[in-house]
Design a protein around this ligand. Sequence first.
Ligand code: PXL
Length: 276
Amino acid sequence: MSFLPLAQPGSTPLRVLTIAGSDSGGGAGIQADMRTIALLGVHACVAVTAVTVQNTLGVKSFHEVPDDVVAGQIEAVVTDIGVQAAKTGMLASSSIIEAVARTWRELDLTVPLVVDPVCASMHGDPLLAASALDSLRSQLFPIATLVTPNLDEVKLLVDIDVVDPESQRAAAEALHGLGPRWALVKGGHLRSSQRSSDLLYDGEEFYEFDAERLPTGNDHGGGDTLAAATACALAHGYQMPDAVAFGKRWVTECLRAAYPLGGGHGPVSPLFRLGS
Ligand code: PXL
């Protein structure tokens, strides 16, 4: 695949801010975002929202960062370093979601914001309070440039079971109705399908992104990686359909390069970018 243009060594690269939780296992969350952002030649800035205690077998617990500290990290980064795009991952609670949305508005940020509405780990461990879904819908979605739920998150957010292309379109329309500029319904968890087909919608047109389904049990961090790569492409000024197409190609290669780790699910891996 072709990658994004790189800055000359010694010159300041583009910056992407990730607002997300830490995964002690290094496969998802902030660590996944930073691996992808760095390997795409972009500088990653970070606002940590929560510290999870986890390995490849699951999330044992997590500790939330106080919301004024989350807001402070965002402000510190954008007022000095400046970013060309941002993404959110695990936000843990409604007070953190509200702090992120408030800070975004107060700072009058206009760069693309990719919202990956992380609700649970692949093992089903909750990463967002159930009571926070309303804040996600009412505070964050209206300022999002793109939302990227998987099928479980679609069910929680708009109560639609995506089982076929028609229900996938209905879900994209319902999500778009919550206010984001673009909604992407990821079909990767549709186990019945041989293909992984994602559907993007802007209120007018549907765009389909199709890839082969790669049979790997090592797909930890896949959603984070797609959203982070898409944010990098947006930082480079790509139009949304091209940015999503790039993110999808990137995560497909990261799935191909995924490796076993520990006793559970290993991570998708952007390390293929280093060559062999
Ligand atoms: O992949 C979703 C995700 C995001 N952020 C953190 C996670 C996970 C999944 O486990 O742990 C911190």
